[in-house]
Design a protein around this ligand. Structure first.
Ligand SMILES: C[S@@+](CC[C@H](N)C(=O)[O-])C[C@H]1O[C@@H](n2cnc3c(N)ncnc32)[C@H](O)[C@@H]1O
Length: 503
């Protein structure tokens, strides 16, 4: 089957092989400043804030965030991340194309066409397993430049019955800039129409003229069927979940002010890490270590004073001094958090639950499927994984809001729980399995050989080999091991291909 895939002109994208992906080893992340908002210096981890933070007049989003914190108090990490990533004025994804050599990072579909083709083949195998439903809707969350979908659609070409069954393509995309890039790649010069009433954009693809739609919110995606046809929804989310905002919590022994009991007798509770800012004096920014009696942290909510245009607000993550509403509610939503000991830290992404529910609801009793590819631990809860990425380097995620990509490890087990809770009788979840294993099962070896054989130069052959290695290698935190693949499919169908199943 793999051998039927034809080579496209864009035969490789691996020349950027030295570029970094978004999944860096957590150990490489620069620690953020810890403080407690009583400004005591009990925190042993105080380190020098990065001195490159811009004055407020050079970073509008930073200014807005600092003013918000000044008037309302520290922000949830999730709120801070959401603004940094998708604020309509200055959010990271809104106005820029972050991919490739001139961008900030590179992803698997941008490394090689093989990746998107094999995702396309996975969808084809699902469709065949499900007795070839006549109407297929392909849905992609966070499609970036549209490269993966373009490679998927091209890989469907040799399978005419399947290609003809693809009746609609949907993208869930928050970025107007990337929506334009996706439209150009998938639809060429076909008109992009905006329905102001629904907010949905639409066009026609270069592949059979298939209608293509863009929505910003998963809730707007059509449910299972249209007026005329029962659609099988096949949903792809590659490096999407890691871009969603998270909360961080720590389990503590006591809750001051609530109980009069001795600390050892008080019930454990969760405390939230929140984002505050301070305005260090320039000389203090230059000292490398902040000693206990030299604390420069002026918790902004208590600071009262307005920011001058040359002020450099330094955003910081710290443990809230007492309970917050998210800390009371979010970690209580599942026993896996409650079971953790005092001192445990967790990252929780409620947006991922909500989106998984939306995905699971679009799987019919017998058709459809979801493929999630991302990085994160297979079976533990992520901890301290927030990272900022700019110019292919790790940066402080709290510096210059909106200018760096922010991402976190994905909690695959939370996705599994969310899917099973949403549709306990109708869906089954498989994986996560390592990307390298999954790609090998899908036939990347044969595909790479074929692609290399079509290259006319040694350099071309080498590029295919490098791209192949990059996608599957497992050593030293390489993509083949770091990235994982998970599938949500109709319960009765059995194991999908790539997860121990066959067709
Ligand atoms: C890291 S990129 C991954 C792109 C692509 N899947 C790839 O692998 O090349 C994240 C994508 O998700 C989109 N995105 C981020 N947050 C989003 C949100 N809350 N809703 C919809 N799209 C979002 C970004 O605009 C971007 O297209």
């Amino acid at each position: 089957m793999i051998s039927l895939i034809r080579q496209s002109k864009a035969c490789h994208r691996a020349s950027a092989s030295l570029l970094k992906t978004r999944a860096f080893p957590v150990s490489a992340i620069k620690p953020t400043i810890r403080f407690n908002s009583t400004v005591s210096s009990s925190s042993s981890g105080l380190i020098k804030p990065a001195g490159t933070t811009k004055p407020v007049n050079e970073n509008e989003l930073g200014k807005v965030l600092a003013e918000t914190i000044r008037s309302q108090g520290p922000l949830s990490l999730a709120a801070f991340m959401r603004e940094c990533l998708t604020n309509p004025a200055g959010g990271y994804y809104i106005n820029k194309d972050p991919f490739g050599k001139s961008g900030d990072f590179i992803t698997s579909p941008e490394i090689s066409q093989m990746f998107g083709e094999l995702v396309g083949i996975w969808v084809l195998t699902q469709w065949m397993l499900q007795n070839k439903p006549p109407a297929v809707r392909l849905i992609e969350f966070g499609p970036g430049r549209g490269t993966l979908m373009s490679d998927m659609l091209r890989s469907a070409r040799p399978f005419k019955q399947f290609e003809n069954a693809i009746k609609e393509v949907y993208f869930v995309e928050a970025s107007p800039t990337l929506r334009k890039a996706q439209h150009k790649l998938i639809c060429g010069t076909n008109e992009l129409v905006h329905d102001k009433a629904t907010g949905v954009y639409s066009s026609k693809s270069l592949y059979n003229g298939t209608p293509v739609f863009w929505v910003e919110d998963a809730k707007i995606l059509p449910q299972k069927s249209s007026d005329k046809e029962e659609f099988a929804n096949y949903i792809i989310a590659h490096e999407f979940f890691d871009a969603l905002p998270i909360y961080q919590f720590e389990k503590v022994a006591d809750e001051p002010g609530v109980s009069t009991k001795l600390p050892s007798q008080r019930p454990a509770s969760w405390r939230e890490f929140v984002v505050d800012y301070c305005v260090p004096k320039p000389t203090e920014l230059e000292s490398s270590i902040l000693l206990p009696n030299q604390s420069i942290v002026k918790a902004s909510a208590k600071n009262g004073g307005k920011l001058d245009k040359n002020d450099k607000p330094v955003f910081q993550l710290g443990l809230a001094p007492s309970w917050t509403v998210p800390a009371r509610i979010i970690p209580k939503t599942h026993p896996r958090y409650d079971a953790l000991p005092i001192g445990a830290k967790v990252e929780i992404c409620p947006d991922a639950w909500e989106i998984t529910e939306q995905m699971a609801q679009r799987i019919d009793g017998t058709k459809g499927g979801v493929l999630v590819v991302d990085y994160g631990p297979s079976d533990t809860i992520p901890v301290n994984s927030l990272r900022g990425i700019k110019d292919h380097k790790l940066v402080n995620p709290f510096e210059n809001p909106g200018e760096a990509d922010l991402s976190t490890d994905v909690d695959f087990q939370a996705i599994k729980v969310a899917a099973m809770q949403a549709r306990p009788n109708d869906v089954a979840v498989y994986g996560p399995v390592e990307q390298g294993d999954w790609l090998h099962t899908m036939g990347i070896g044969a595909r790479a050989t074929m692609l290399a054989n079509t290259q006319t130069t040694e350099e071309g052959k080498k590029r295919v080999e490098q791209a192949y290695n990059r996608l599957v290698e497992r050593g030293g935190g390489a993509m083949g091991k770091l990235y994982k693949v998970m599938a949500i499919v109709p319960k009765g169908q059995g194991k999908p291909v790539g997860f121990g199943g066959d067709i």
